[in-house]
Design a protein around this ligand. Structure first.
Ligand SMILES: *Cc1c(COP(=O)(O)O)cnc(C)c1O
Length: 440
């Protein structure tokens, strides 16, 4: 099977090439040429299966002629070696906890599979993984690639705009991981990274690959965990309503792909903070990307979500079809912190700010849809955002071990202006970097 650009002006390529390429030459994002439905017996079999069986089955289905289940299975087993529990919060609402990986955020799922896919398909040529982050991507990618041979990670984050723990997780690893603290916004970081990928002169010296959620190596494994919801139903063969806390919309795109290949889902809820370009579009029909606004759910502070293009491609830009499958909802910081407190006192469940937005959007949706069961995705452990969570509930929360360890290590990030020349110079001059030999 081939992978095609959302903009339709680049030649179709194989998964392996798309994995290393990131963005297509026409500026679009790669999507599978076709998405075939799984046989219904396969969906039945996956009900109650663990993530390794699901990942092997779904991955091999989508990648069919490019990777065998035999190659995929050990890779998935090693990458996804942590729990992804489905927990009941009320009689109508469950939560899929995606945050039990090493950085305690859902991006571990994508990044850990991606690191192993890239390593599996390289031939020893040194590879630079270049990534812009508003917090969680960078820490997950850094952890996922830490000490992976022949690779280094260069991560750009907006200085002073990520949480203490996130910064510790990116800036304290050392070895093949460098954290660049950019004096600007997340959008600046994304712009610099895009510029580097568009710089052919640089790329003939440095073998670059991206790790943002635009990359297929991250997108694909996110499809897997949706099948952990295969056992939930709203009656009448309808699946649950699934609420997804969204920033760059990779997570929701993966959910839409899962549904397209056969997972029963009644509806998706696209839950955002005040960076609400997509909920706004669903309501008004006008898509207006804008500069990002800082919020308590900072991993979702994205004014111009890159994966929106994939969502549009899946629906052929048919707004009415999109509206049937996805409802949008956006929340302000004060609503988020109040809800963290109220859910904690009413249900004894502690939400991080991102997951709280998904919960809020689901709760509001289910109030108008009495027949459905709901599930929301929890994308970060509350301790990762204790600056927000502790004042909301009025008590301290204990730091889980992986976070405490990261905070205890010394940090050494490099401060950098939001200026492409500085990034280029850094990438060219970085120590211990050998010239890549061209791939055959
Ligand atoms: C990245 C992230 C999100 C947003 O996911 P997208 O795929 O970018 O929409 C939500 N919550 C947390 C904690 C994240 O790190």
């Amino acid at each position: 099977m081939k992978w095609i650009s959302t903009r339709g002006a680049s030649p179709p390529i194989t998964f392996i090439d798309a994995l290393f390429a990131g963005t297509a030459p026409d500026g679009g994002l790669y999507m599978p040429e076709r998405l075939d439905a799984l046989p219904p017996t396969t969906v039945d079999r996956l009900r109650g299966a663990d993530i390794v069986e699901i990942g092997t089955t779904i991955g091999a289905h989508i990648l069919r002629d490019e990777i065998t289940p035999q190659v995929l299975q050990p890779l998935v087993r090693e990458a996804l070696d942590f729990q992804i529990p489905l927990v009941r919060v009320t009689d109508r609402i469950s939560v899929l906890e995606l945050f039990h990986g090493p950085t305690m955020a859902f991006k571990d799922v994508g990044a850990r599979v991606q690191a192993r896919l890239l390593h599996h398909f390289t031939d020893g040529t040194p590879l630079t993984i270049l990534v812009a982050t508003s917090g969680d991507t960078g820490s997950a990618v850094a952890q996922a690639f830490h000490r992976v041979p022949d690779s280094r990670v260069v991560v750009l984050y907006p200085e002073g705009q990520v949480s203490d723990v996130q910064e510790a997780q990116m800036a304290s690893l050392g070895d093949n991981i460098t954290a660049l603290a950019v004096r600007g916004t997340f959008d600046d970081c994304q712009r610099l990274v895009k510029q580097a990928f568009a710089d052919d002169a640089l790329r003939s010296h440095v073998w670059l690959t991206p790790a943002n959620s635009i990359n297929l190596g991250r997108l694909l494994p996110q499809v897997f965990y949706y099948f952990l919801l295969a056992g939930l139903s709203s009656g009448g063969g309808r699946g649950p309503v699934v609420s997804v806390p969204s920033g760059n919309f990779g997570n929701l795109t993966a959910g839409l792909i899962a549904r397209r290949i056969g997972l029963p889902v009644a509806r998706f809820v696209a839950a955002t903070n005040v960076n609400d370009a997509v909920p706004d579009y669903l309501e008004s029909g006008r898509y207006e990307p804008r500069p990002s606004i800082a919020t308590v759910a900072n991993a979702m502070d994205v004014g111009a979500p890159s994966n929106f293009e994939r969502v549009q491609a899946l629906y052929n830009s048919d707004l009415e079809a999109l509206r049937r499958d996805i409802v949008g909802a956006a929340y302000k910081d004060a609503q988020v912190t109040a809800e963290i407190a109220s859910v904690y006192s009413q249900h004894g469940y502690l939400l991080d700010p991102h997951s709280a937005i998904a919960w809020l959007a689901l709760k509001d949706h289910l109030a108008d849809d009495q027949d459905s069961q709901g599930v929301f995705l929890a994308t970060a452990h509350p301790a990762k955002f204790r600056e927000v969570v502790e004042p909301a509930i009025g008590r301290r929360i204990e730091l889980p071990r992986p976070l405490a360890d990261a905070l205890a290590r010394p940090r050494r990030s490099v401060s950098m202006p939001a200026d492409y020349a500085a990034l280029e110079e850094f990438l060219r001059a970085a120590p211990n970097f050998q010239l890549p030999t061209p791939k055959a």
